[in-house]
Design a protein around this ligand. Structure first.
Ligand SMILES: [Fe+2]
Ligand SMILES: [Fe+2]
Length: 280
């Protein structure tokens, strides 16, 4: 399908957990449908089930039916076997750009991606206090948040989508057992999103979570784990479409450039500039 004039259509999904029992060819219709419905695909990690390069090679074969640019972050499952570097190589060769504190711009939309980490939400989040191992655990989440902030600071795009595996807010993990909330994400990831006023956030990991929520400043956050999409929208294709205004139609004027330069400090809330729908 040719790109629409006004919007860049971003298809998002996560947690494919490709493994040796996944039937060859079973995901090709999904990727073909995404290619028809969107301009960009965003994958939110847990590409593989056991973190095996062989699983990634299986996924790469499915991705042959994808005809649009794609970016991804890795998930915790992709780290299980210590083969995450090879997984990145395999998906990169298949045309999917891995983001780990990195950025890319596609059709004028900026993408910043990190895996993120656990630790919990709000006032009940784990703090860096006591044993060294607790401090290291908390520092891992802080480091992921810093990587995200560094990536966001580099982007000059008017429209920015943040790509995570772990959730930055509690709202989109609700539906999971409350006892495991702290393992599903970290509020430390929320602050950079707010500071840089991203247009939208997508994540996975919470398979039984809720499909959408908002940061404290109103930025839309979508849990696009395929299990959540299937459960929440059984009649829709198993991906979410997020539409953001195409920058080309606003770029060029001094006003717009000024607005872009203000982005990190006083951008208007982005909620009104994002349209979305499950599937398409
Ligand atoms: Fe997962
Ligand atoms: Fe996960």
């Amino acid at each position: 399908m040719s790109p629409t004039k006004e919007f860049v259509r971003i298809a998002a999904l996560g947690d494919l957990h490709f493994n040796k029992t996944t039937q060859a060819g079973s995901l090709q219709p999904l990727f073909a449908q995404i290619s028809e419905s969107a301009d960009v695909l965003v994958l939110c990690g847990d590409l593989t089930d056991y973190g095996l390069a062989e699983e990634a090679r299986g996924l790469a074969r499915e991705l042959q039916s994808l005809k649009i640019p794609a970016v991804t972050v890795l998930g915790n499952h992709d780290f299980e076997s210590g083969q995450q570097a090879e997984i990145c190589r395999v998906v990169s060769d298949a045309g999917v750009t891995p983001l780990d504190g990195d950025t890319t711009e596609i059709q004028g939309v900026g993408f910043a991606g990190v895996k993120g980490f656990a630790g919990g939400f709000g006032r009940r989040a784990l703090g860096p206090w006591g044993e060294d191992i607790i401090k290291k655990f908390v520092h891992e989440a802080v480091n992921e948040a810093l990587k995200l902030e560094t990536a966001l600071a580099r982007l000059r795009s008017e429209q920015i989508v943040a790509v995570l595996h772990y959730s930055p807010i509690q709202e989109t993990v609700e539906g999971e057992p409350v006892e495991i909330f702290p393992w599903l994400g970290s509020s430390r990831l929320e602050e950079p999103l707010t500071r840089y006023q991203v247009s939208a956030v997508v994540h996975g990991h919470a398979h039984r979570g809720s499909p959408e929520g908002r940061t404290t400043t109103g930025i839309p956050v979508y849990n696009v784990a395929i299990q959540v999409l299937r459960a929440s929208y059984p009649d829709q294709p198993a991906f979410r479409i997020i539409e953001v205004p195409r920058e080309a139609i606003v770029a060029g004027s001094i006003e717009d450039r000024r607005a872009r330069d203000r982005r990190a400090t006083d951008r208007e809330p982005p909620a009104s500039r994002v349209a979305d729908a499950p599937g398409a």
